[in-house]
Design a protein around this ligand. Structure first.
Ligand code: HEC
Ligand code: HEC
Ligand code: HEC
Length: 143
């Protein structure tokens, strides 16, 4: 039965390694964050794409199809625009959770994250996102 334990250990190691908080297709938004002393925002695009239709965000909420192409700030978010249309404590957790959005490595430029090997977030943020990803509903979208 030793092989079962070996396999279990290998799977656990894999599982622990996978939920790095930036995945393929994530968008880093850093027009203002660095300048304001906040970590850049990591937007998990696929996580949202599997839950909502493109139209919800790109038509109804007015998000431009361009990384960094929206002048998003916290006043607008608190006013219910952009991320704030959902992250209002009703549809999704609210804006007090600064570090869940501001999860990028300081200094990371606005970009679409193209590689699963590239690490955009420091270990602490990865751990926070792993805790969230542990909820079953999060699993398919975190890839
Ligand atoms: C739901 C996601 C989300 C949460 C939660 C969030 N932010 Fe932001 N925040 C953003 C986005 C997106 C931007 C625009 C990023 C950019 O372009 O640099 C931003 C920009 C900012 C900026 C720069 C622009 C401005 O408004 O001055 C500051 C400062 C900031 N956030 C602080 C905070 C603080 C403090 C918290 C927690 C109380 C917080 N944010 C929570 C998404 C979020
Ligand atoms: C929950 C909201 C949301 C949904 C749903 C969503 N997007 Fe996005 N999308 C965004 C945000 C936010 C950005 C980044 C904008 C920014 O940086 O200001 C973005 C950026 C993009 C970009 C430019 C970056 C890139 O990856 O090239 C494209 C293209 C895009 N979305 C296509 C789609 C398509 C196609 C769908 C549906 C299958 C979709 N989006 C669903 C919010 C969403
Ligand atoms: C159309 C609604 C909608 C919009 C717009 C939206 N989100 Fe979300 N977001 C959600 C929902 C729903 C969840 C899942 C919440 C939960 O698990 O409790 C979520 C979860 C997240 C997560 C956690 C992902 C994970 O792995 O658990 C992050 C980070 C996030 N959103 C950031 C953002 C940022 C940044 C923006 C704006 C650029 C944004 N969201 C805009 C609905 C939205």
């Amino acid at each position: 039965m030793k092989w079962i334990r070996t396999l279990a250990a290998a799977l656990l190691a894999l599982w622990l390694a996978l939920p790095a908080s930036a995945e393929y297709g994530d968008v880093v938004i850093n027009n203002f964050s660095d300048g304001a002393g906040m970590r850049p925002v990591v937007f998990p695009h696929w996580f949202h794409r599997v839950r909502f239709r493109c139209k919800v965000c790109h038509a109804d909420l007015g998000f431009q199809f361009k990384a960094g192409g929206n002048q998003i700030n916290m006043l607008k978010i608190i006013d219910g625009q952009f991320c704030g249309a959902c992250h209002n404590g009703e549809l999704a957790w609210s804006v007090e959770n600064c570090n869940l959005c501001h999860a990028g490595k300081p200094g990371t430029a606005t970009q679409v994250h193209e590689s699963t090997l590239q690490k955009l977030a420091p270990a602490a943020a990865a751990a926070a996102s792993a805790t969230l990803a542990a909820r079953p509903a999060s699993a398919p979208g975190s890839k």
